[in-house]
Write a protein that binds this ligand. Structure first.
Ligand SMILES: C[S@@+](CC[C@H](N)C(=O)[O-])C[C@H]1O[C@@H](n2cnc3c(N)ncnc32)[C@H](O)[C@@H]1O
Length: 195
């Protein structure tokens, strides 16, 4: 149960190496990536959004789960980091890599809807949360990680994480599960509250 046996994305090893070489310190864990891939496979013809591309590790796994007709928009504001994702994944026509402040992107794209949002930066998680959840279709997944206490958390962050969990739990338009898996994951599904 603790071994990841599923096939790794083709570019994953090369991205991992480039990530290490660049000294990028915030990659998603393999277990998280495996879950992202499996959940992605449940949304054929889906519209996917990733906030925080990093070097493209999680992006590679989300793409691996997506079918040929699905599309993924992935946003990061660090051009050097996102360049690694561009180098190894940029030829995938399903992927649109955007280098911009994620908060600005969320505000400027309120007309779009997504079936799957992986929010892996401040915007979409600790900032701009309501606007991000507005982007989610009914039945869509909202996924966040790093919800268990992490060594690199600054003072006061534990309280912020706890407030975020309480806020999500109290929203009547979400059904969520907290997973003690990898760095701590929350999966929420958006409800059609008009039903
Ligand atoms: C936790 S890392 C993402 C890791 C990535 N998902 C992975 O699996 O490796 C968070 C990312 O958010 C980006 N970031 C930080 N502030 C941002 C902002 N205001 N707008 C967009 N991206 C931002 C950082 O450059 C970093 O790559």
């Amino acid at each position: 149960m603790t071994e990841i046996e599923i096939k790794q994305p083709k570019a994953y090893a090369a991205i991992s190496l480039a990530t290490e070489e660049q000294g990028f310190t915030m990659p998603s864990e393999l277990q998280t990536c495996s879950l992202l891939c499996t959940l992605a496979a449940s949304k054929p013809n889906g519209k996917f959004l990733e906030l925080g591309t990093g070097t493209g590790l999680s992006t590679a796994w989300i793409l691996q789960g997506m079918d040929a007709k699905s599309k993924l928009v992935s946003v990061d504001n660090d051009v050097d980091v996102q360049a690694i994702a561009q180098r190894y994944l940029g030829e995938d026509e399903r992927l649109d890599l955007i280098c911009i402040d994620a908060g600005d992107w969320i505000k400027n794209n309120s007309q779009h809807k997504f079936n799957y949002i992986f929010a892996d930066t401040w915007a979409g998680k600790y900032n701009n949360l309501d606007e991000t959840l507005e982007l989610l279709e009914s039945g869509g997944f909202y996924i966040i990680d790093d919800m268990l206490p992490q060594q690199n958390w600054p003072e006061g962050h534990e309280e912020k994480a706890s407030d975020l969990i309480k806020y999500l739990e109290n929203r009547s338009d979400l059904k969520l599960t907290k997973l003690n898996w990898a760095s701590g994951i929350i999966i929420a599904v958006k409800l059609n509250i008009n039903l």
